[in-house]
Ligand binder design. Structure first.
Ligand SMILES: Cc1ncc(COP(=O)(O)O)c(C=O)c1O
Length: 393
């Protein structure tokens, strides 16, 4: 007799037929500019390890020392017995780094959105959400049970129009990704601020891909636009540029105080682990000491994007180190990625449902962990495969 979940096999077969089945690669070495997969050393163009900190000696040493001093697990949720002095130190340091009054950490960037949105708005309220916002924002909005109005991507005029036609009886929240991770473009935050200010809406930005990347020494999108004190809530993650894992909600003191009372992943899921917290503090130390890694990230990204465009690749409208190589159909993107891998370059194909149908791409994540000669290796592979598959001439 068929099992109750037998239907999943049909779904999986259908995904495979459409070229949409995710093949998960296993990394057999530290997370760096080159990684080992299937026993082969390949150029890593996939990781969000923007600053090359995931295997940095200072972060590793901080984690080891903290384990010796405090152990590993927090043993509890934050509100019971899971708040250790290191958690408070990290939150103070994050707040200072971001130029806000206070910050609170969660287990990941995903849970930071699930924590913050339902704590801010509820059934009687309205959320205006960019149509390309990250899944964790979408899920946070759903959990809040507020009415969700999607506005056209990065389009302040559409947001204004949607606000004008929506009856708001409770509170309103405008929420956007800072950097859109599939395209590498940036939210028009100054315009969103003007609109939020005019309408008395709460403004929230998820700076997952802006932290450690945008702004002075990687202080993020709010710093990039000089909007300190104007964006109410900033969400962040320590899983990308910081090279570790963990989420953060940052903003005015009252917001953070409220999160500690009502944000469910904070109240009902255990705290960040000790080594993660210690490594995050070391990452902030490094970012505050020097802009070298951030500068290298940007110069690598600029070089790679320019050279790809010269070869004739369409890299969309990115303005960040994320370089999408637009290919169209999912099957072409999968074939391209497979061929790159055979050429020693690990660059994943991204297709529906992560991006709209017909907009499949290879997403190249530039990092400070790459040397100029690494980038040349990557470029040569793209040129070879691009010509072979008739993407460029
Ligand atoms: C905009 C955005 N928010 C949140 C997340 C989730 O972050 P984390 O991996 O820390 O859960 C991501 C990661 O892909 C992201 O791009």
């Amino acid at each position: 007799m068929a099992t109750p979940t037998a239907y999943l096999n049909e779904e999986i077969t259908s995904l495979k037929e459409q070229g949409l089945f995710n093949t998960i690669r296993t990394i057999e070495s530290p997370m760096e500019g080159w990684v080992e997969i299937d026993g082969r050393r390949v150029l890593n163009f996939c990781a969000n390890n923007y600053l090359g900190l995931a295997n940095h000696p200072r972060l590793k040493e901080a984690a080891k020392q903290a384990i010796d001093e405090y152990g590993i697990g927090p043993g509890a949720v934050r509100t019971i017995a899971g708040t250790m002095s290191l958690h408070n130190t990290l939150e103070d340091r994050l707040a200072r780094f971001k130029g806000v009054e206070a910050a609170v950490t969660t287990q990941s960037g995903f849970t930071a959105n699930l924590a913050a949105i339902p704590a801010l708005v509820g059934k009687q309220d309205v959320i205006f959400s960019d149509e390309l916002n990250h899944a964790s924002i979408i899920d946070g909005c759903r959990l809040s049970r507020a009415q969700v109005v999607r506005f056209n991507h990065a389009d302040p005029d559409d947001l204004r129009a949607k606000l004008a036609e929506t009856e708001i009886t409770g509170r309103c929240l405008i929420v956007t990704d800072g950097v859109f991770s599939m395209d590498g473009d940036i939210a028009p935050l100054p315009d969103l601020y003007e609109i939020a200010h005019e309408h008395g809406c709460i403004l929230m930005v998820d700076d997952a891909h802006g932290e450690g990347v945008l702004g002075t020494g990687g202080r993020g999108i709010v710093d990039h636009f000089g909007l300190h004190g104007k964006v109410d809530v900033e969400i962040g993650t320590m899983s990308k540029a910081f090279g570790v894992v963990g989420g953060v909600i940052a903003g005015r003191q009252e917001i953070i105080d409220w999160m500690k009372q009502r944000a469910r992943p904070f109240l009902f899921s255990s705290a960040m682990t000790i080594p993660d917290v210690a490594a995050c503090i070391a990452a902030i130390d490094l970012l505050e000491e020097s802009t070298e890694q951030v500068d290298r990230l940007w110069s690598n990204a600029e070089w790679f994007k320019t050279e790809m465009n010269k070869l004739g690749f369409d890299t969309g409208h990115t303005v960040t180190p994320i370089v999408p190589v637009m290919l169209g159909e999912a099957e072409l993107a999968q074939t391209f990625s497979k061929r790159l891998f055979e050429e020693g370059v690990f660059a994943m194909a991204i297709a529906y449902p992560t991006v709209p149908r017909g907009k499949a791409r290879i997403r190249v994540m530039n990092t400070a962990a790459h040397s100029p000669s690494d980038l040349e290796v990557g470029l040569a592979a793209f040129e070879k495969v691009g010509k072979e598959l008739d993407v460029i001439s």
